[in-house]
Ligand binder design. Structure first.
Ligand code: AMP
Ligand code: MG
Length: 425
């Protein structure tokens, strides 16, 4: 089958993304150990089984007292109390605080019966069994009431919440060792091209190493998916077909290919994709990464037909990564149950002019430098879509809208920083 390049629809990034996202929905829930929930979305409401803290306790190291005993105390007029017990966190007092007495108490220890306030060590001086208190205090001062953080029966975390370290701490505090979250999508990754060899293979004349499978797999991990590496497909119908089918057999929720979606003579990828499912080939008004394939592949897996969405990235290493950011990232997040797909951007001042003539949205690789007048975006050298080093040197992408024809140095642009964390956006 032959495709005429000018027949491919030309779409904006938003139009392409909207079409892509129609194919994705949150996956099913699974119950996993609490630490494995990081970056994932809660599939159940979390109800507090008890108060946190479970008992009133002291917020300071000091003495548990009856506030009335210290009325009128001051730097030159201390009140003297008898210390009847020494209480560490984790233990209950054996005695009651009565007028004229105090219990020495450590942060977190439960308030003894009879006491209604805690005077910190800094305001006291102990001498044997007596303590002089140099300040008056209010009832309840330095006391943390039961349930001040979380009340029993309260919905502490709602279904749909994205889990960060603080939610993990809360789940632990509430006694949830396992939690229902949306499962992580399995994303199969296939490189295509007769010129490609894998990391450890000898680099024979005419060959280059497969970079995209690894950068894309790392992006899958970064956004919370599970990468399945399908290797390198030769530019032949048989090899491509076999590997794509293998991806489906391995339970992929999404297939990502790189290469073979532009207009080169050897781009059998398009023919195979079209034969194995329903695929559209688009030209997206973006740079790098104009060609994009999207649709679904159907194959028989153990007698049952399985249909899996496919995203076909361009082959150039920068294009493959930028296209992933724009299209695969939101798809993966949608499958993870994340609702806010917007990637945060902030304003930066361009240090260099950007030559323009093509009406495409440019995603230029920049270093982000904090200076007195704000963040500056400094281009990382050659911006060719094959220059992976422009990504390596950069902190993020500066976005040059398609409708700007003149972009002088000093222009304020939106910059999208790359992520540092694994499993979190
Ligand atoms: P294609 O889209 O297949 O025409 O490839 C465009 C360019 O990207 C060519 O120079 C390819 O050699 C290169 N390329 C394709 N796939 C990869 C890959 N997995 N790793 C590194 N470069 C690639
Ligand atoms: Mg190719």
């Amino acid at each position: 089958m032959k495709y005429r390049h000018e027949l491919y629809p030309m779409l904006s990034v938003e139009e392409a993304l909207e079409k892509v996202l129609t194919m994705f929905h949150p996956l099913e829930a699974e119950c996993v150990p609490v630490l494995e929930t990081l970056g994932r979305v809660l599939a159940e409401d979390i109800i507090a089984k008890g108060d946190i803290p479970p008992h009133p306790n002291t917020a300071m190291d000091g003495y548990a007292v009856q506030a009335a005993d210290l009325a009128g105390a001051g730097p030159t007029s201390p009140k003297r109390l008898r210390v009847i017990e020494n209480l560490a966190a984790g233990y209950l007092a054996t005695q009651r605080v009565t007028p004229g007495t105090a219990i020495r108490i450590m942060t977190g220890a439960p308030m003894p019966d009879g006491a209604d306030a805690v005077i910190p060590f800094e305001e006291t001086h102990q001498d044997g069994e007596w303590v002089d208190c140099f300040a008056a205090i209010r009832v309840g001062e330095n006391v943390r009431p039961a349930g001040e953080d979380v009340r029993a029966g309260e919905r502490t975390l709602a279904r749909g919440t994205r889990i960060r370290p603080q939610e993990i701490g809360m789940l632990a505090a509430l006694g949830y060792s396992k939690v229902a979250v949306i499962r992580r999508p399995r994303v199969a990754i296939l490189a295509t091209g007769d010129e490609l060899v894998d990391i450890e293979a000898p680099l024979l004349p005419g060959k280059i190493r497969n970079a995209n499978s690894y950068s894309n797999a790392a992006q899958v991990l970064q956004y919370g998916g599970i990468p399945l590496l399908l290797g390198i497909a030769r530019d032949t119908v048989d090899d491509l077909t076999a590997r794509i089918r293998a991806g489906l057999t391995q339970g992929a929720d999404l297939l990502i290919t790189s290469g073979g979606v532009s207009v080169g003579d050897f781009d059998v990828v398009k023919t195979v994709l079209a034969a194995e499912g329903e695929i559209s080939f688009w030209r997206v008004r973006m740079k790098p990464g104009k060609p994009l394939a999207f649709g679904y592949i159907t194959a028989d897996v153990n007698g049952t037909p399985r249909t899996v969405p496919l995203l076909g990235m361009p082959g150039n290493p920068v294009s493959a990564m930028v296209s992933f950011e724009l299209f695969a990232r939101p798809a993966i997040l949608t499958m993870l149950g994340v609702k806010d797909l917007h990637k945060p951007t902030f304003e930066a001042i361009l240090d260099q002019a950007i030559p323009r003539k093509d009406g495409r949205r440019h995603y230029v690789r920049v270093r982000l430098e904090r200076r007195a007048d704000g963040f500056h975006a400094v281009l990382t050298g050659d911006q060719g879509s094959g220059i992976l080093n422009s990504m390596v040197q950069s902190d993020g992408l500066a976005i040059i809208p398609e409708e700007w024809n003149h972009v002088p140095a000093g222009t304020r642009v939106q910059a999208m920083p790359f992520d540092a964390g694994v499993l979190l956006e």
